[in-house]
Design a protein around this ligand. Structure first.
Ligand SMILES: [Zn+2]
Length: 455
């Protein structure tokens, strides 16, 4: 009797706990994950990685298949799920770190997941702990069901995506060495909901612009302000600034932006929509280019852009300036080098007194080809989670972990399972949140995507 009661209570306990494929299980992972304040400098990423490893081990993965590699105060997690080797390995990526959040500014503690009004609030609830939790829950569920992958599946979770990007660089090299032929990045792409909560579209991110800062500097001997000289550092820099602001880089198009402009044109009424269609038909169409350049949402999609963002100069109200400096921030079209943009800026400025130097720069990468297998799998996954929605290829303005993989020739795709309203998107901002109702479809998304590509 005693024995039976014990068995019964175990059974009850097991049935009460959520199974790995359930939304409640995934929500539990997300809420526990938010509690690790994995902000740069706090040293909490290794603890979060260790927690995720226990979830994987409890889910049936061998501890020896999961490596946690310390990198300074942060860490990487790498799981290898061995497949039959029918096809070359694939990888899934995400990041464990989050952007800083000051509790003073938040309505709720950013590092306690609070469920309220149909949302989970917390720093990282969206970026990127949502998809990290969904991927882990999916892998554990597939493992429990006896799924046998036809190829190795690598899971690479990095530890400093929001800051240095050192950890993803290491993982990209490990992926290359393991023969990974494509990367599914959970920290990119994703779907939109309208104000009524109806899914309206999905972006499959296949390219990123390159981020680069340039510094324009003018130096001058200076002197007393009562004795003006022929040259003036501030005046020279001001003229250069005006020329940079007026300069337009040539319009460009690629396979990704062509597809996204065709899709955007269908949703865009009036002259702007007409200009998108005209530009796709003829990327040299000057009228269309001029129109698209007036729209902040389109200008970055048709070429490299550079804008003056910071300025400094002079040292006293009554002295001729000895130095003036300008920061120019550029978002460079895929395939264009950071060095060639420096040359373009120099030519635009056309003043040898203005020195143009490269400041902060990210890896510059080509667009990833729209592989038919990836497009088919993402199409299937998006339709399974949100019937009637088809993915549109997209080029992002940001700099995600994908750049390190693309730089090594591994095509990379942003394929988040998260659908959100524009008005709910608070990644990096205050009161970050995700709708609880996004969890179940995201699990459908990741399951379809992984089983389709790793059959
Ligand atoms: Zn992110």
């Amino acid at each position: 009797m005693k024995m039976l009661a014990a068995t019964l209570s175990i059974l009850l306990a097991t049935s009460a706990a959520a199974a790995p494929g359930d939304a409640d299980f995934a929500k539990g992972l997300l809420k526990k994950g938010v509690a690790f304040d994995t902000v740069k400098g706090r040293g909490k990423v290794p603890a979060y990685a260790a927690y995720l490893k226990t979830v994987l081990v409890d889910g049936g993965f061998a501890a020896s298949d999961i490596a946690i590699e310390p990198v300074g105060e942060t860490a990487n997690l790498h799981l290898v799920w061995k497949g039959s080797g029918k096809k070359p390995p694939i990888a899934v990526a995400g990041h464990m770190d989050v952007v800083e959040a000051d509790p003073k500014d938040w309505i709720r503690d950013p590092f306690t997941a609070v469920e309220e009004g149909g949302y989970v609030f917390g720093r990282g609830a969206g970026d990127n702990k949502f998809d990290v939790s969904m991927v882990i829950a999916t892998l554990v569920a597939l493992k429990a069901e006896g799924f046998k992958p036809g190829r190795d599946i690598h899971l690479f979770l990095s530890g400093d995506e929001e800051t240095e990007g050192v950890t993803a660089d290491l993982q990209a090299k490990q992926a290359k060495a393991a023969g990974v032929e494509l990367l599914l990045n959970s920290d990119g792409g994703g779907g939109g909901l309208d104000d009524a909560g109806k899914p309206v579209g999905y972006s499959l991110s296949a390219a990123e612009k390159t981020y680069a800062d340039y510094t324009l500097t003018v130096v001058d001997p200076g002197g007393h302000s009562s004795r003006p000289t022929a040259t003036n550092a501030i005046a020279a820099l001001a003229a250069a600034t005006a020329r940079v602001a007026a300069y337009r880089f040539p319009a460009q198009i690629n396979e990704i932006t062509r597809a996204s402009l065709v899709a955007a044109a269908k949703e865009t009424p009036g002259q702007l929509g007409d200009a998108m269609r005209a530009f796709v038909a003829n990327p040299q169409d000057a009228t269309a280019i001029a129109m698209l350049r007036t729209d902040p949402g389109s200008v970055g999609q048709i070429g490299t852009t550079c804008v003056p963002t910071m300025v400094s100069g002079g040292h006293a109200p009554n002295a001729l300036p000895q130095k003036a400096a300008l920061t120019v921030n550029c978002r460079i079209f895929p395939g264009v080098t950071v060095a060639s943009v420096r040359g373009d800026l120099e030519r635009a400025v056309a003043d040898p007194a203005v020195k143009v130097a490269i400041g902060q720069e990210w890896v510059s990468t080509p667009a990833s080809p729209l592989r038919p297998d990836v497009v088919a799998a993402v199409t299937k996954a998006v339709a399974a989670a949100h019937p009637g929605i088809t993915p549109t290829p997209a080029m992002d303005a940001g700099a995600s972990d994908s750049v390190y993989y693309r730089a090594l020739g591994i095509p990379s795709y942003g394929v988040s399972g998260l659908f959100m309203k524009e008005s709910d998107a608070f990644a990096h901002g205050l009161n970050e949140r995700i709708p609880v109702s996004a969890i179940a479809p995201a699990l459908v998304h990741w399951r379809a995507l992984l089983t389709e590509l790793a059959r």
